[in-house]
Design a protein around this ligand. Structure first.
Ligand code: 9YT
Length: 126
């Protein structure tokens, strides 16, 4: 069994901070369970370009408000506590936090725990 605590991971290599979001990776590739699990905060008033070309991501909002815009179709989906979106088609998108948003995110394949987006909004396939 694996047991971890968010506070205990603060300041480690699995606790990543960027201009528009911060994320603590609670479960990562080396845990060998087939997915990674992240507790992510989207900063208020931000917009992030994201395009997970190598991963499927499920994102479950538990706090805050914002929206996600799918770039190919132009569709915009509002996000609030209780909203789930899943990037099952590797959709390139813009994520906007109106307020600070807290999201629980699952990645398949799992991330290593230290990734930040490249210029395309992508994480490498490790
Ligand atoms: C919702 C989203 O993808 N935010 C960017 C960070 C990502 N959740 C991560 O790496 O934890």
């Amino acid at each position: 069994m694996i047991v971890r605590n968010l506070q205990a991971l603060a300041g480690t290599e699995w606790d990543v901070d960027t201009e528009t979001w911060s994320s603590t990776r609670l479960l990562v590739k080396k845990d060998n369970v087939g997915f990674s699990l992240h507790d992510t905060t989207i900063k208020a008033g931000t917009e992030t370009l994201i395009w997970y070309q190598h991963h499927v991501e499920a994102v479950y909002c538990i706090e805050g408000e914002g929206e996600v815009e799918v770039l190919e179709s132009g569709e915009i989906y509002p996000i609030q506590a209780g909203t789930l979106y899943v990037l099952n088609q590797h959709e390139k998108h813009l994520l906007r936090g109106k307020t600070e948003m807290r999201m629980i995110c699952v990645f398949n394949p799992p991330t290593t725990g230290t990734e930040v987006h490249d210029a395309d909004g992508t994480y490498p396939l490790v």
